[in-house]
Design a protein around this ligand. Structure first.
Ligand SMILES: [Zn+2]
Ligand SMILES: [Zn+2]
Length: 193
């Protein structure tokens, strides 16, 4: 197995945190890093001890769930709670932050933001990040370096597609479309037919 890069490692941590989200609308994870050390992490969740969206449904006002504290804020608040300086730190987040989080990130002193997925990237957020001199970089996340079942899953997918092809079950065009989809999903599969 290849050694994963720091970016992949911290982004993986954020994606793992996202699995702890309690809001059903969007699962987000954020990790704060200083000198290649994880100093805090957060996910979309209710106030400690509060009811969860996954149990009670979302509390929606003006199209937004107001029950949860966003992952980015939770990570920064964790630092506030335990007195950990954030100045000059980096943040790894699964999705491009909303406007509120954008301003909180800037004000906290975080200097670099890595995000995996575009998510309603607001032009005002982009503008404010730029004005604040924050380095914002997209780091696409693919779990092929951390998924222990990657090879098996990839091989099974192509075995199934071959079986469909040989059995003449689907039309060729559809099979080819599924194959290219599978190649995109499994970047290491390019040698497989
Ligand atoms: Zn919710
Ligand atoms: Zn937010």
């Amino acid at each position: 197995m290849d050694r994963i890069s720091w970016d992949e490692y911290f982004m993986a941590q954020s994606h793992l945190l996202a699995y702890r989200s309690t809001c059903t609308r969007l699962a987000v994870g954020a990790t704060i890093v200083r000198d290649k050390r994880i100093i805090a992490g957060g996910y979309n969740g209710s106030i400690s001890g509060g009811v969860h969206c996954i149990d009670e449904g979302c509390y929606v006002i003006d199209g937004h769930c107001v029950r949860t504290i966003h992952a980015e804020m939770n990570a920064i608040l964790q630092c506030a709670k335990f007195g950990v300086p954030v100045e000059g730190a980096e943040m790894y987040v699964t999705h491009f932050p909303c406007l509120h989080c954008c301003r909180t990130i800037i004000q906290s002193g975080i200097k670099t933001l890595y995000y995996a997925k575009d998510y309603k990237n607001h032009p005002y957020a982009i503008e404010q990040f730029k004005e604040a001199g924050l380095v914002v970089k997209q780091v696409p996340f693919n779990d092929h370096n951390i998924n222990p079942h990657y090879i098996e899953q990839m091989e099974l997918t192509f075995e199934l597609l071959r079986a469909v092809e040989e059995g003449g079950a689907g039309d060729q065009e559809k099979v080819e479309a599924l194959k290219s989809k599978a190649h995109n999903l499994y970047p290491r599969s390019l040698h497989l037919k």
